[in-house]
Design a protein around this ligand. Sequence first.
Ligand code: EPS
Length: 362
Amino acid sequence: MSSNSFGKLLTVTTFGESHGPAIGCVVDGCPPGLAIEASEFAPDLQRRATGKSRYTSQRREADEVEILSGVYEGVTTGTPIALLIRNTDARSKDYAEIARTFRPGHADYTYWHKYGVRDPRGGGRSSARETTMRVAAAVIAKKWLAEHHGIRVRGHLSALGELTPRAFDWDAVEDNPFFWPDAAMVAELEQYITALRKSGDSVGARIDVVAEGVPPGWGEPIYGKLDAELAAALMSINAVKGVEIGDGFAAVAQKGSEHRDELTADGFTSNHAGGILGGISSGQDVRASIVLKPTSSILIPGRSLDVDGEPTEVVTKGRHDPCVGIRATPIAEAMVALVLMDQALRHRAQCGDVGAMTPRIA
Ligand code: EPS
């Protein structure tokens, strides 16, 4: 299987299967001198992890990072940084019943046709377990972006099924298991997911990510546009079916006079563009959103075929998420941070000693 790497000057390669002995990644191209230690990976990994609330998969992984290379005496050396996390709570017998069938709506079917073989245990390489290593890699990117450019990348759930926040407060986001910005609605969300779980079904979600502090100039027209690379990176997250930059699809009903972000000495008057013009950052907040489809591993019986082409009915038991979007906020943040750091290094490589004399808009 190829295409397990992305990025140009900062490259990330992930490896491993959900029920294999370990998952890992190699982050290559990180400049030397960044202080990093194993304990710094824990906060973001725990934000993403399973088993942290009643509303996600109950698989309990320690998700402890071992730094195998690229760091000496607590600082990056400029050599490849290899990170490893051992799988400790795989329960492969859950997958025995569906090893010869295809879950409707799951990658089981397409992996089988593409490779002619698949590791059915926990979904193998197609499992959301793989996203653990993206979050680990992005701990490095988030720290580098913060230290070198004062950038902060953060996200929140902006829809859970038909529910949307009625109020917005960043402070609320980390205080509930849904990354929900409206504290007053958390009880409603709990009831919603509990009822959904009981019904054996699943639901989709939307996540918004914002990167604050991105300077103007990052992004490479024509084929390395910042928005194009963000879209590709975000779309590579399991279950993502839609990506928007700025106002995204809402732009279809906007007038030019409404959509454009006017420039004044006091700043841009709005940010419909999501901080990107012509594929290059404008200096405004970079805003991206993703939509994750409902989990396909559900208890409601669905029609399918087995590997011999015989009709069968599939019921997926085990420890699945009723909504994968609930714990995907750190994953979306991770992909945005990794793309931004790669683009920052690329901008420095080509244009590090140039730039316009025009004052930057605040
Ligand atoms: C997943 C199915 C479940 C989740 C898993 C993602 O796997 P299992 O049946 O082995 O418990 O727990 O998520 C993780 C293990 C993780 O770390 O995110 C799937 O089908 O994608």
